[in-house]
Design a protein around this ligand. Sequence first.
Ligand code: HEC
Length: 111
Amino acid sequence: MVLNRFFFFLFFAGLSSCGSGSSPKNNDALPIETPAEKGASLYTVNCTSCHGEDGKMGGSGAKDLSKSHLSDTQIKKILQKGKNAMPPMSAILETEENMDFVIQHIKTLRK
Ligand code: HEC
């Protein structure tokens, strides 16, 4: 748990440091979704129909995400190109940033 928080902090710190020059325009829009919340809601909307909330559902022959050991790069490739019964997700996720949020979220489903 403590470790998880630490990695989340690293992830968030990394994001902020890359974002120079593109400060969010709607600072007063409350509450602001954290990357983890964004990833979780994107996952719920776009992925649970096959993978289930916990990643284990296996609809349409989907892989159990709690047992997946793919790297971020490998996951990204599947999200961009799709694989067998899984359709490409780039258009649905809209931005590379959203894709990264979802990748971070599905890694939290791992046991
Ligand atoms: C239409 C059903 C469907 C939807 C929606 C779907 N997937 Fe999948 N997913 C699959 C199937 C089927 C596979 C297995 C592909 C194969 O290896 O044959 C899979 C495999 C994967 C894998 C690879 C797991 C491994 O270890 O090989 C990842 C990661 C993944 N999906 C993530 C996602 C994410 C993130 C989303 C939402 C953005 C999503 N999927 C939406 C059906 C789906």
